[in-house]
Ligand binder design. Sequence first.
Ligand SMILES: [Zn+2]
Length: 117
Amino acid sequence: MSDFCIDPPVPKPEDTVARCTLCSKPLSAENIFQKEGSNFCSVSAAAQYEIQADYRTTVDARERVRKRKAFVRKIMILIVIGLLGAAAYYYSEQQKALKKDKGKKKQKTEYIQTRLI
Ligand SMILES: [Zn+2]
């Protein structure tokens, strides 16, 4: 299963005390190699497991960074959409105010014109 594991003699079921964390082979008390609370069939298996753990940690860190970037991107998109909406609302309110002003000026002009006539 793994190039880093050796083939220890397969213990009798009653002599099996653990399994290799890397290759899952049964281990007897004489063939066990322990490192940081895990059981391995060889030193190279333990070293390889550590390398794989480091790799998994790196992949997890990259995944976290990628998710954070995606989250920030979504927030930025929401902010831009919000700003565009606010700008559109402001513009439409300005247009309404201008129309109202034009209407009032027109009324004033008509009023003045009727008074002059
Ligand atoms: Zn192994």
